[in-house]
Write a protein that binds this ligand. Structure first.
Ligand SMILES: Cc1cc2nc3c(=O)[nH]c(=O)nc-3n(C[C@H](O)[C@H](O)[C@H](O)COP(=O)(O)OP(=O)(O)OC[C@H]3O[C@@H](n4cnc5c(N)ncnc54)[C@H](O)[C@@H]3O)c2cc1C
Length: 414
């Protein structure tokens, strides 16, 4: 069976790896001359089952109203002139009920846990190195009301069976010693010891190289321009090189572009580009840096230790396809580094990046077949694509090759 995958981000390449392992002939197509050049390029590096939660949560509409008024708030919304943006925001708001939140979180959690287990198996099988660590996430709180919310969160984590513990202010530095130098008072923290970290781009590059050795075809600097369909069945794709490639199945893993690419076939995927930012900077003093990921709850910013670099990422802008680097947002990232890890990194050498998260309103990705024969989806991973990549790739490959999947695919169907 010949499968064409559109997109060589972390989701497309993971899909390619598992489809090849399932015995398929696989061709991956991407517009960029290298893999992982879009959203998988410089994300915050968290591999987190504990944080595998939708953004749409009870209380978020009220918090959002507050954030929109703050200079360093984590959220911005700018009308992009489309009805889709309004409809998407309305659907996100509708998912902020207790019931919807629990349903969506219960859909994300097993996929995240499965994904981290598959990543570990892949690492053992191939020895793939991606500056990975398994030292947990520490979410730190600066405000008393965040501590109350953390207690509620901890109860839910307990119900969901996720390892965690609340940490009082005096013990924060036993988990992240460099936080002893923080310039702002921290009132407490929530530790998720099972979480991991790593460089998503490096992983994608190395997995792509391994997949090519296993026989997949990687067509870079090549853009999908059309999809051939006959009698409700996918026949192949049209490329900007004027070639037509035939296939038995087409997997759409094009991140934010998945929606516009499928509109001509009558699909309206609920995937919106939600912009985020990151800074990557060389370490200055290795005892002054986090050991793993520290999540600053006040600004919703994650600071992750890679081997010789610090990656700081976060923010959400619902503002269409705008990819400009806003200096105010970068100033917020710098401020958080300066307050929490003042001596950690060479901030003057920071490289800034912005990426568009392919987000569904309920935070749950779309994985599996569509009503059009031969058209499959692996997209909409939003804030969690790195965490969910291996599980999503394996799940898709099992479904497509007719093997019984290890977890129910029902929550991820379009
Ligand atoms: C600031 C930020 C921080 C984040 N932090 C984390 C984190 O800590 N942990 C986590 O799990 N996730 C995180 N994420 C989310 C994660 O990065 C994404 O979910 C993930 O990268 C999405 O991968 P993808 O393969 O679906 O999309 P992409 O990486 O965008 O890949 C899609 C590919 O499709 C290609 N494409 C599009 N159109 C065409 C076409 N017509 N023809 C050919 N190719 C095409 C593009 O060139 C692109 O390479 C973060 C995201 C951001 C923005």
């Amino acid at each position: 069976m010949h499968v064409i995958i559109i997109g060589a981000g972390v989701i497309g390449i993971s899909s390619a790896w598992y489809l090849r392992a399932a015995g398929c002939r696989v061709t991956v197509i991407d517009s960029h001359p290298e893999v992982a050049m879009e959203t998988s390029f410089a994300n915050a590096g968290q591999l987190s089952a504990g944080y595998a939660a939708p953004w749409a949560a009870p209380g978020v509409p009220l918090k959002a109203a507050r954030w929109l008024l703050q200079e360093h708030g984590p959220l911005r919304i700018r009308p992009d002139g489309s009805r889709f943006q309004l409809a998407w925001l309305a659907r996100l708001t509708a998912n902020c009920t207790e019931e919807a939140y629990l349903r969506n979180r219960r859909a994300l959690l097993p996929l995240a846990e499965y994904s981290l287990a598959e990543l570990e198996a892949l690492q053992q099988q191939t020895g793939i190195a991606y500056e990975g660590r398994r030292l947990g996430t520490l979410q730190v709180f600066r405000k008393p009301r965040q501590l109350d919310a953390a207690e509620r969160d901890a109860r839910l984590l307990g119900e969901l069976g996720i390892a965690h513990h609340l940490v009082d202010a005096g013990n924060i530095a036993t988990i992240e010693p460099a936080l002893a130098r923080a310039r702002v008072p921290l009132l407490g923290a929530l530790h998720l010891p099972g979480d991991g970290t790593g460089d998503c781009r490096l992983f994608t590059q190395r997995l792509a190289a391994l997949a090519v050795q296993q026989g997949i075809t990687l067509r870079l600097a090549t853009t999908l321009t059309g999809i051939h369909e006959q009698s409700s069945h996918i026949e192949g794709v049209q490329l900007d090189t004027h070639e037509r490639l035939d296939c038995d199945a087409l997997v759409m893993a094009a991140g934010c572009a998945s929606r516009p690419l499928l509109q001509s076939l009558g699909f309206d995927l609920p995937v919106y580009p939600v912009k985020g930012y990151s800074l990557t900077m060389p370490l200055r003093d290795t005892v002054a840096v986090p050991r793993s990921t520290v999540m600053d709850e006040t600004y919703k910013i994650a600071l992750t230790r890679l081997d010789t670099r610090l990656r700081v990422g976060g923010m959400a802008e619902v503002a269409g396809w705008d990819r400009q680097l806003d200096s105010q947002r970068l100033a917020t990232l710098h401020k958080v580094v300066d307050e929490l890890f003042p001596d950690a990194a060479e901030r003057g050498q920071a490289s800034a990046w912005t990426g568009l998260r392919p987000m569904t309103p309920n935070g749950v990705p779309l994985i599996g077949p569509t009503q059009l024969d031969g058209l499959w989806l692996n997209t909409g991973h939003g804030t969690l694509g790195w965490t969910l990549a291996c599980g999503s790739g394996k799940l898709l490959a099992d479904l497509l090759s007719g093997k019984p999947p290890a977890l129910s695919a029902a929550p991820y169907r379009l």
